[in-house]
Design a protein around this ligand. Structure first.
Ligand code: SF4
Length: 363
């Protein structure tokens, strides 16, 4: 047996026995294993956790409240300076009109995000949550990533804990996992030097979990990271999950370079091979995460569908509205019927879920 086959056999035996793999083994799987061997390992873990041939999705929308941002991440095509002609900040009523439109189409989750705009007081954010809860009881406000919460704390002079307590009192129970990009300070310093450190991102999620929030963890790869950075990212979120058990899902996507300053270094998005490797590695490595989310949106419908055979048990949201990828020249849309078809074609039964992965209906 070759050295490579021996290492793979060792990792397979460990994973099949329900044991945890370490960073070196993760790196080996990411870099050196045949893709289909990795898929088979990930699938085994997926069906151990979720034995039914069911794939979930959520009916959701991703509107934005402002594109004004002072942070200027090199990978971002969405942000604008306050003086730019296409800069905007929406009133609470304007955001509610978007939520109402999505709710009429059946949305149960609204992922609302925006830039770091220091003109917005904490009351604006609390009003967004309270008004959503009052007017649309069937909609979960899945608002504001960790870095926006830190911005609210900075502007209001409160601590992150106090801000999260106030958002919770207003009716918010989950946070999206955006702003993670790659959770190593080496990469963050290069692609988003003003966006905060790994510890700061982790601390927001830690405090949120302590207060009873559920959150997701994301990863944006395919720029200046190394395979070691990817494994380190998984290690960081796995450790926090051991401590708090507050993550519901892991959601990776590839960097889209058009219209960004990072385009100078990276002109092409990473392809399906890397996406499928990361999905499968995540399913094996994140043994304490209940769900791994594939995306029809960020990687294309066929790749998203194939990822369901690489360990993912969820196909994300129907995304009635999305503007961040659109700003980077990447547009993709779907319908409920198409999501059902993608899941069925892949050999699974579709089920609509809530933000917290409770089942709403089987199709
Ligand atoms: S990614 Fe977010 S924080 Fe960074 S520039 Fe864009 S809007 Fe601002």
């Amino acid at each position: 047996m070759s050295e490579r086959a021996k290492v793979l056999k060792g990792v397979q035996e460990k994973v099949m026995a329900g044991q945890r793999i370490g960073p070196d083994e993760g790196l080996y799987l990411l870099q050196r294993t045949d893709l289909l061997d990795l898929a088979s390992l990930a699938n085994a873990v997926r069906f151990r956790l979720h034995p039914e041939k069911v794939v979930t999705f959520v009916v959701d929308t991703n509107p934005n409240y402002t594109n004004v941002c002072e942070t200027g991440c090199l990978f971002c095509a969405f942000h604008r300076k306050p003086t730019d002609p296409d800069a905007y900040t929406r009133s609470v009523e304007e955001v509610m009109a978007k939520i109402e439109w999505a709710a009429r189409q059946g949305a149960t989750t609204v992922l609302l995000q925006g830039g770091h705009n220091s003109d917005l007081p904490l009351d604006y954010y609390l009003d967004l949550v309270r008004t959503t809860r009052r007017r649309f009881p069937g909609v979960a406000p899945h608002f504001f990533s960790a870095t926006e919460v830190r911005e609210m704390a900075r502007v209001s002079g409160l601590s992150v804990r106090e801000v999260l307590e106030k958002l919770k009192e207003a009716g918010q129970h989950t946070l999206p996992g955006g702003g993670a990009e790659i959770l190593t300070d080496r990469v963050r310093r290069r692609i988003s030097p003003k966006k905060g450190s790994v510890d700061e991102w982790v601390e927001v999620h830690r405090v949120a979990h302590q207060l009873g929030y559920k959150t997701t963890a994301t990863m944006m790869y395919g720029h200046l990271e190394t395979p070691e950075d990817i494994v380190q990212h998984l290690e960081v979120i796995r450790r926090l999950q051991d401590e708090t058990d507050g993550f519901t899902a892991f959601i990776p996507w590839s960097f889209k370079p058009a219209n960004t300053r990072l385009w100078k270094w990276v002109q092409e998005p990473a392809g399906p091979n890397q996406y499928l490797r990361i999905i499968a590695l995540a399913r094996v490595y994140l043994d304490n995460f209940p769900h791994i989310q594939a995306s029809w949106f960020s990687e294309g419908k066929k790749t998203g569908q194939v990822a369901l055979h690489f360990g993912a048990d969820d196909l994300g949201g129907t995304l009635i509205e999305e503007n961040v990828h659109k700003a980077a020249g990447y547009v993709n849309t779907t319908t409920l019927d198409e999501v059902l078809l993608l899941i069925r074609e892949a050999g699974f039964r579709p089920a609509q879920r809530t933000t917290l992965y409770e089942m709403l209906r089987y199709f």
